[in-house]
Design a protein around this ligand. Structure first.
Ligand SMILES: [Mg+2]
Length: 425
C-alpha cells in the first residue's frame, strides 16, 4: 500500500465503442507501469488491430481517481502507444489533439455534460421502482426520494472529488435520473464523464439495481440524452468569447460555432448517436410524458428545448443531440471539431427558429433531418471530408470499419418482428 492508502490502480483506456478496459495493478508495481505502460492485446478491445499486432501499451496519465466507494483502488485514464508511437485512433488522443488545435487557433474550449440514466431492477428487465408510474414523472419528489440512498451517495462522491455537483433530479421517464456537475476543460469533462458512468453503474449494483445509459431502454418512455454545454474562451485573456452584441447577446463567433455544429451534425451522428438503438431516441414518436425532449431536425432556437441546439443564455450553447451511448472522448472531440470548423469557415447558421418543433415542425420547410438509422449515419460519416480533416485518416478509417462490422452483425440478427410480418407473405 502506498502512503495515500491506495493498494491497487486500474490502469485504464476507453476503446472506440466507449468500453472502459483496465488492468488492476498492485501499488508495488505502479512505478514500473508508469515507465513501461500496461500491456494489452488491441484486437481484444474495439480498436482497429489484428491478433498479430504487437503489445499495445496504456501509459498512465497524471490524473488519479480513487474510487470513492473503494478508496484503496484508484482509476487512471491512460493513453495508448504501440511500437513507441501514439495510437492515432485512440479516442483520448483524438480529443487531446483537437484541444491542441483549438489552442493553436487561440481558443480554450469549456464544456459540461448532462448524462441521463435509468435505474432498473438488478436483472435489467424492468424499472426498479413499482411506484414510479406517473405519466409526467419529471422532477417527481417522491420517486426521487425513494432513490435518495444511491443518488446521494453518487452526489457525495462527486463533492469529495471536487467536481462541484449542484443538482440531482428525477427525469422525464419513469425510472430516469440526471445529476449535474460543474463545467471545465473538455479532457477533464471526458475523463469525469467516463468515470461517472463507471461510478453510477458500480453504486447502482451495490444498492441492488442496474443503471443503464442506453439511448432508448423503454419503447414508450423518454430516452437517455447526453446534452453538452459548450463555450469558447480566449486562451490568453480567459475571456468568454460567446458573449457579444448579436441576437440574444451572442457574438458573431458564437453564431459561427452554432453554424459549425449544425452543418456537421449529420456527419458526426455516428459519434453522438453511435448504436442501432440511438435512432429510436431521435426521430421518435411522442412518449407517454408528452415529449421526447430529443431533436428531430438540425435546427436551433432560443431557450427552446425542441431544437437540436438551444441557447440557454449569452455565455454558451447547449447541443441536445448526443445520447447515453456516446463515447465521452469522441463526444467532446465532435463538439470541438464542429465549433472550430464553424469558426474557420465563418459558417452562418441562418435564422433562429422560434417554433415548437414537435408541434409545428411541419411549418419549417427544408429543415435538415437527422439520419433515420445507423446505416444512414455510417454512410454520412464514411463520406465526410470534414471527419478526416479534424479527426485524422486513421481514426476515420478505423471507426468506419468497426461500426460497419457492428451494423453487419445487427443485420444478421433475426428478429421476432421479421417473422411476425413476413411468415405469411
Ligand atoms: Mg435532462
Amino acid at each position: 500500500m502506498t502512503k495515500d492508502g491506495i493498494r491497487y490502480y486500474l490502469v485504464s483506456f476507453t476503446d472506440l465503442f466507449g468500453v472502459v478496459r483496465s488492468k488492476l495493478v498492485p501499488a508495488t508495481a505502479i512505478d514500473d507501469m508508469r515507465e513501461e505502460g500496461a500491456g494489452f492485446a488491441g484486437f481484444a478491445a474495439h480498436l482497429d488491430m489484428t491478433p498479430a499486432h504487437p503489445d499495445m501499451l496504456a501509459m498512465p496519465s497524471d490524473n488519479i481517481y480513487p474510487l470513492p466507494w473503494k478508496p484503496e483502488v484508484a482509476w487512471i485514464p491512460s493513453d495508448l502507444q504501440m511500437d513507441d508511437q501514439e495510437v492515432d485512433h485512440a479516442p483520448r488522443l483524438v480529443l487531446k489533439r483537437l484541444i491542441s488545435r483549438a489552442k493553436d487557433m487561440g481558443y480554450k474550449v469549456m464544456t459540461g455534460v448532462e448524462p441521463e440514466f435509468f435505474l432498473l431492477s438488478s436483472s435489467g428487465d424492468e424499472l426498479s421502482d413499482d411506484s414510479d408510474t406517473r405519466s409526467k414523472p419529471c422532477y417527481d419528489q417522491q420517486a426521487l426520494m425513494r432513490r435518495y440512498d444511491v443518488i446521494s451517495e453518487i452526489s457525495d462522491a462527486m463533492i469529495s472529488m471536487g467536481w462541484e455537483p449542484y443538482q440531482n433530479d428525477h427525469e422525464d421517464a419513469n425510472g430516469q435520473f440526471e445529476m449535474n456537475w460543474g463545467f471545465t476543460d473538455p479532457l477533464t469533462t471526458a475523463d469525469r464523464h467516463t468515470f461517472f458512468k463507471v461510478m453510477v453503474k458500480s453504486l447502482a449494483e451495490i444498492h441492488g439495481f442496474k443503471a443503464t445509459f442506453m439511448p432508448k431502454p423503454m419503447a414508450n418512455l423518454t430516452g437517455n440524452g447526453c446534452h453538452v454545454h459548450l463555450s469558447i474562451w480566449d486562451a490568453e485573456s480567459g475571456k468568454n468569447l460567446m458573449k457579444g452584441d448579436g441576437e440574444l447577446g451572442l457574438s458573431k463567433l458564437a453564431y459561427n460555432v452554432i453554424g459549425g455544429l449544425l452543418e456537421n451534425a449529420k456527419s458526426l451522428a455516428l459519434i453522438t448517436n453511435p448504436v442501432v438503438n440511438s435512432y429510436k431516441r431521435i426521430n421518435a414518436p411522442r412518449t407517454t410524458s408528452g415529449a421526447t425532449w430529443s431533436p428531430n431536425t438540425v435546427t436551433y432556437g432560443g431557450n427552446n428545448r425542441t431544437h437540436m441546439i438551444r441557447i440557454p443564455g449569452d455565455n454558451r450553447v447547449e447541443v441536445r443531440l448526443a445520447d447515453g451511448a456516446t463515447n465521452p472522448y469522441l463526444l467532446q472531440a465532435a463538439m470541438i471539431a464542429s465549433a472550430l470548423d464553424g469558426i474557420e469557415r465563418n459558417v452562418d447558421p441562418g435564422e433562429r427558429i422560434d417554433l415548437d418543433m414537435y408541434a409545428e415542425g411541419y411549418k419549417v420547410k427544408n429543415a435538415p433531418k437527422l439520419p433515420l438509422n445507423m446505416l444512414d449515419s455510417l454512410r454520412l460519416f464514411e463520406s465526410s471530408n470534414f471527419v478526416e480533416k479534424y479527426f485524422g485518416k486513421e481514426f476515420h478509417t478505423a471507426y468506419t470499419k468497426l461500426k460497419g462490422e457492428e451494423w453487419d452483425e445487427y443485420m444478421r440478427y433475426f428478429s421476432a418482428w421479421e417473422k411476425a410480418n413476413a411468415l405469411d407473405v
